[in-house]
Design a protein around this ligand. Structure first.
Ligand code: S6P
Ligand code: ZN
Length: 188
C-alpha cells in the first residue's frame, strides 16, 4: 500500500475527520462476562449502555504490516465491577501489542494460558508492552474515559472464544471506594 496518514484526537481518541467510525460494545455484547449477571441484565433493560468503543485506524491485515487505533473505555460499573473490554488472546498467540495511555486512567489485565497473571495501571503518558501469549483486557476504574492508542502485528487475529468460555482468572471490582483484584469465582 501507499504511505498513509490519519488523524485522531489525543484526549478523546476519536478520528475527528470521521474517516474511521468506531465499533461500539454494549453490556449486551458481553453480558455473561460480568460477575453480577443480574446487574448486567438490569443495565441492559435500563438502556444497554456503551461500555467502550474502538477505532481501527488502519489494518492492512497482511504479514509484516501493523494495525493501529484507539480504544475508549467509559467510566462506570456493572454491580461492583468496572466497565472493561471483552479481552482476548491473539489468534497467532505469540504476537505482542503496545498500548499508550492518552487520557484517563485504568488497568491492563493480562494472563497467559499457563496461568501467569499481571496487571499494570496506566496514566496518560505511560505505555504497556503486552508480550505475545498474554491475553489483555482494559479496565476503567477512573471517573473519565480511559483512552489508549494501540499497535500490533496486523495478522495477529483475535481469539475471543477462550475468554468467553473460561473467563479471566482475576477480576477488578470496587470495594470501599477503591479498586481491588479478586479471584474470579466463575473461572473454568
Ligand atoms: C486489538 C487490540 C484492541 C482491542 C480493543 C477492544 O488487538 O487489543 O484494538 O480490540 O481494545 O478490546 P476487545 O477485547 O473487545 O477486542
Ligand atoms: Zn489485542
Amino acid at each position: 500500500m501507499n504511505p498513509y496518514r490519519i488523524d485522531f484526537d489525543l484526549i478523546t481518541g476519536f478520528c475527528k475527520s470521521g474517516i474511521v467510525k468506531p465499533v461500539q460494545r454494549r453490556v449486551s455484547n458481553m453480558k455473561t462476562q460480568f460477575l453480577d449477571e443480574k446487574a448486567a441484565q438490569k443495565a441492559i433493560e435500563d438502556g444497554d449502555p456503551i461500555l467502550y468503543e474502538f477505532n481501527t485506524l488502519l489494518n492492512e491485515e497482511k504479514h509484516s504490516a501493523l494495525a493501529f487505533g484507539t480504544t475508549i473505555i467509559y467510566p462506570g460499573k456493572i454491580g461492583d465491577e468496572y466497565y472493561m473490554t471483552k479481552g482476548h488472546f491473539h489468534t497467532v498467540l505469540d504476537t505482542a501489542e503496545v498500548y499508550y495511555c492518552l487520557s484517563g486512567n485504568g488497568f491492563m489485565m493480562m494472563e497467559t494460558p499457563e496461568g501467569e497473571v499481571d496487571i499494570k495501571e496506566l496514566h496518560p503518558g505511560e505505555a504497556v508492552y503486552v508480550p505475545g501469549r498474554w491475553a489483555h483486557r482494559s479496565i476503567n476504574h477512573g471517573k473519565e474515559p480511559f483512552v489508549m492508542f494501540f499497535v500490533y502485528p496486523a495478522d495477529s487475529g483475535h481469539d475471543y472464544g477462550t475468554i468467553e468460555t473460561k473467563g479471566y482468572r482475576k477480576l477488578v471490582i470496587e470495594k470501599d471506594g477503591k479498586p481491588i483484584v479478586i479471584d474470579n469465582p466463575n473461572w473454568k
